[in-house]
Design a binder for this molecule. Structure first.
Ligand code: PLP
Length: 388
């Protein structure tokens, strides 16, 4: 069976170069980097080399890179760790379209009695900066605003957001899980205090994440234990995965511009091809400010889940929202926040591409989608109602 993988915002294939870089750390160099002997010390030097590669991808100093187990841990550490320092009567500002890895810790803080403001988005998923300004005027806050949305690919103006937040004397965290490796990021130009990302979104394995913490930012560690990561995250380092992430970051840095251009061309071909081949399709999200690899399309009057099953039978992997909301019958919180009409929200389908996709794969999807849509619309109770 064909395997056309267009769900790269959920996870990515580990690059062969990354696997090669990791293997010696399972087979030969398996010492504990904290050990006093030469064998451990040898391993520690590879962690520092990887830290350097990772820092240089985002223009950071290596000392500002903290390894975690995933993007979720990075987000939780940033938000809950900053809250612990800030103390009582906190204000927390986030957006309604964040990943649950941000929304859940923010809502936990609300349960603990702190104030939580969730900013809305407009019909193309963009933030209203005037609303953010009003929220910031209420006093110092911990602010967590994502750099790009995992479901729609919409990119927020993070440089502007971070500047406003810092001018207001607040703490700024961004979830950049979907941006790192896809677009250039230079932390020297964007005044965020903390930034999260995750290895498995950029062709490194699952189980490794990064929290960038700008020098001078105060947070209390989330994972208590050993002295690793300068006391900012206890636990023996996941050496092979750290080395793998270093390699993945170098690959991303070397190929980013060409890759983004090639992937965007394929994404645009898919989007236009599907819209031409099927009636009543709309794009969800701001086409002017979007990740190069993502398109979120609503096939009106039909269920996204039904589309996914039919695509899956043909060996095509896509998604109806974030991996976490898939499986629920409700449209995702992101699509709902954008006010997408009911008959379109349920048919929202995300295609997310990567460097390994080919033109032939895109043609295959465009070729088969009209049959799926026609079949499902013939069964849909909303077609006659909606079109009238
Ligand atoms: N933040 C965003 C925007 C994501 O897309 C994801 C994963 O889908 C996460 C956080 C969580 O990352 P991880 O799967 O590494 O915990």
């Amino acid at each position: 069976m064909k395997n056309v993988y267009l769900d790269n915002n959920a996870t990515t294939r580990v690059a062969p170069e990354v696997i090669d870089a990791m293997l010696p750390f399972f087979k030969e160099l398996w010492g504990n980097p904290s050990s006093m002997h030469y064998f451990g010390g040898q391993v520690a030097s590879y962690i520092e080399a990887a830290r350097q590669e990772i820092a240089s991808l985002i223009g950071a100093d290596p000392s500002e890179i903290v390894f975690t187990s995933c993007g979720t841990e990075s987000d939780n550490t940033a938000i809950l760790g900053a809250a612990e320092v800030a103390g009582r009567n906190l204000r927390v500002i986030t957006t309604r379209v964040e990943h649950p890895a941000v929304l859940a810790p923010c809502r936990r803080l609300k349960e603990r009695g702190h104030e939580l403001i969730e900013l809305g988005v407009n019909s193309v998923g963009q933030l209203d900066l005037a609303e953010l300004r009003r929220a910031l005027a209420g006093g110092p806050a911990i602010v967590s605003v994502m750099w790009a949305n995992n479901e729609t690919g919409v990119i927020f103006p993070i440089e502007e957001v971070a500047t406003m937040v810092k001018e207001a004397g607040s703490v700024m965290h961004t979830d950049a899980v979907q941006v790192i490796g896809k677009l250039p990021v230079d932390i020297r130009k964007v005044p965020v205090d903390m930034l999260s990302f995750s290895g498995h979104k950029l062709h490194a394995p699952k189980g490794i994440g990064v929290l960038y913490i700008r020098k001078g930012t105060k947070i209390r560690p989330f994972m208590l234990g050993g002295h690793q990561e300068n006391g900012r995250r206890g636990g023996t380092e996941n050496v092979p995965y750290i080395v793998g992430l270093g390699r993945a970051c170098r690959l991303a840095a070397e190929n980013m511009q060409d890759e983004a251009t090639r992937v965007a061309k394929l994404r645009d071909k898919l989007e236009t091809g599907l819209m031409n081949a099927c009636p009543d399709v709309r794009v969800n999200g701001d086409r002017e400010s979007r990740l190069p690899n993502t398109t979120n399309l609503s096939f009106q009057y039909i269920e996204g889940e039904a589309i996914l099953y039919h695509l899956s039978d043909l060996g095509i992997c896509a998604s109806s929202g974030s991996a976490c909301t898939s499986g629920s019958l409700e449209p995702s919180h992101v699509i709902r926040a954008m006010g997408v009409p009911f008959t379109a929200a349920h048919g929202s389908t995300r295609f997310s591409l990567c460097r390994y996709n080919t033109e032939e794969e895109i043609d295959y999807v465009i070729q088969h989608m009209p049959t799926i849509v026609t079949k499902l619309r013939a069964l849909s109770p909303f077609v006659a109602q909606g079109r009238s």
